[in-house]
Design a protein around this ligand. Structure first.
Ligand code: GCU
Length: 336
C-alpha cells in the first residue's frame, strides 16, 4: 500500500468510526421538526424602548418550552434591513418573516387599520389604549389577515409633534412654508398640508441627513425618536401639538404563521402580548430620560398656544376619510 492508498483507507476507517457519533450529535434526525427561522426587522436602535420590548419578546420565545426548540428568532434592529416601507414589502413576499413597524406606512398596504393614523383621533394615550386593548383593537389586528399578515401586539409609540430648525411653532402660521418630513403615508401628507406646511416623504433613517443638509426644515415624531435618532442636534425647536398618536405593531407574515402548529401560534401570541406590556413600561421610563437629555443639549421645548386651531385645520380629513372608515371613527370616539 503506497502512501496515498494508506491515507485514503485511513480516512475511510476514521469516517466509519465517527459515523455513529455524527448521527448521535450533529446528524439530521429526519423525524425532528426543523427550527423555523423568523427574521424580525425594526428601525430602532438598541436601548430604545421598542428595541427593548423586542429583546424581551426574543427572551420569552427562547425561554418558552415549546417555542424555544421550534423557533430561531433573528432580531435585526437599527433599520439594517431597511426602512419601514421596504420592510413591509419584504414581509409581504416572505423575504423576512416578522416586523415591528409604525401603523402609518402599514396603512398603505392594508385598509381599515389606517383609521389609527387620523390626526387628533384619540383624546389621549389612555383613550388610545382602551381602544387598542379592546374589541376595536382586536378587530383591526384581524383585518390584516386579508393582506397576508397576522397582527400580534401593539407597541407604544407616544404622541407625535413637530420639530424644526427654524423657530418654535406656537401658532398655525409658524408652520407656513416649512418643509416637513412625513412617513410614507398619504394621511400624514394630507395632514401636514392641511396644517399649512409642505410634506416630504422619507424613510426614518433618511431624516437626520436631510435635516443636517437643510433639504428639509423639520419633521414630526415623539420625543424618544427625536432623541434616539439625534434629530435634536440639528432641529432645536420641539413644539408639542400632539397631532397624532400612532402605535407600532408587532406582526408576522401569514406563510410563516401557517407553518406553526396551533399551540405554537398561541405561545407566540402570548409572548408578543407580554412583551407589549413590558414595552409600555420601557416607554414611560424612556420618555422622561429623553426629555431631560434633549433639554440638557439645548433643545427648546414648547406647547402650541392654540391646539383647537390645529384640530380645526385637519377637519377636512374627517370629511374625506369618514367615507373610507365609516362607523369606525365614531366607534373609536365613543370608547370612554
Ligand atoms: C416612530 C415609530 C417608528 C417609525 C418612525 C417614523 O419612531 O416608532 O416605527 O419608523 O416613528 O417616523 O418613521
Amino acid at each position: 500500500m503506497n502512501w496515498t492508498e494508506r491515507h485514503s483507507s485511513l480516512r475511510l476507517i476514521t469516517f466509519a468510526g465517527m459515523l455513529p457519533l455524527l448521527l448521535a450529535c450533529g446528524g439530521e434526525d429526519a423525524t425532528a421538526p426543523r427550527a423555523e427561522r423568523l427574521i424580525l426587522s425594526n428601525v430602532h436602535v438598541e436601548g430604545y424602548p421598542t428595541a427593548e420590548g423586542l429583546r424581551d419578546f426574543e427572551r420569552r420565545v427562547k425561554d418558552d418550552p415549546l417555542l424555544g426548540e421550534r423557533v430561531a428568532l433573528d432580531l435585526q434592529l437599527g433599520g439594517v434591513l431597511g426602512n419601514e416601507k421596504e420592510t413591509l414589502e419584504k414581509l409581504g413576499f416572505g423575504g423576512i418573516q416578522m416586523a415591528c413597524t409604525s401603523v402609518a406606512p402599514l396603512a398603505e398596504f392594508s385598509g381599515e387599520i389606517g383609521v389609527l393614523t387620523l390626526p387628533y383621533l384619540f383624546r389621549g394615550p389612555e383613550h388610545m389604549w382602551r381602544v387598542l386593548d379592546g374589541e376595536i383593537g382586536a378587530e383591526l389586528l384581524g383585518s390584516l389577515q386579508a393582506n397576508g399578515l397576522v397582527g400580534l401586539a401593539w407597541y407604544d409609540a407616544g404622541a407625535r409633534s413637530f420639530y424644526n430648525r427654524q423657530r418654535p411653532v406656537r401658532r398655525l402660521e409658524d408652520l407656513k412654508g416649512l418643509k416637513i418630513r412625513v412617513q410614507k403615508s398619504e394621511i400624514m401628507r394630507e395632514m401636514v398640508e392641511a396644517l399649512g406646511a409642505s410634506p416630504v416623504s422619507l424613510g426614518f433613517k433618511e431624516v437626520y441627513t436631510n435635516l443636517y443638509t437643510g433639504s428639509i426644515d423639520g419633521a414630526e415624531n415623539n420625543v424618544p425618536s427625536y432623541r434616539s435618532e439625534r434629530h435634536f442636534e440639528v432641529a432645536k425647536f420641539y413644539s408639542y401639538d400632539r397631532h397624532s398618536t400612532i402605535p407600532d405593531l408587532l406582526m408576522i407574515g401569514a406563510a410563516a404563521w401557517e407553518r406553526l402548529s396551533g399551540e405554537e401560534q398561541a405561545a407566540l401570541r402570548q409572548a408578543a402580548r407580554e412583551s407589549s406590556a413590558a414595552q409600555r413600561g420601557f416607554w414611560r421610563d424612556y420618555v422622561t430620560e429623553a426629555l431631560e437629555a434633549v433639554a440638557a443639549a439645548g433643545s427648546q421645548i414648547n406647547e402650541v398656544d392654540d391646539v383647537e386651531a390645529f384640530q380645526q385645520a385637519v377637519e377636512p380629513l374627517y370629511a374625506k376619510y369618514g367615507a373610507v372608515y365609516g362607523s369606525l371613527i365614531e366607534r373609536i370616539r365613543a370608547v370612554d
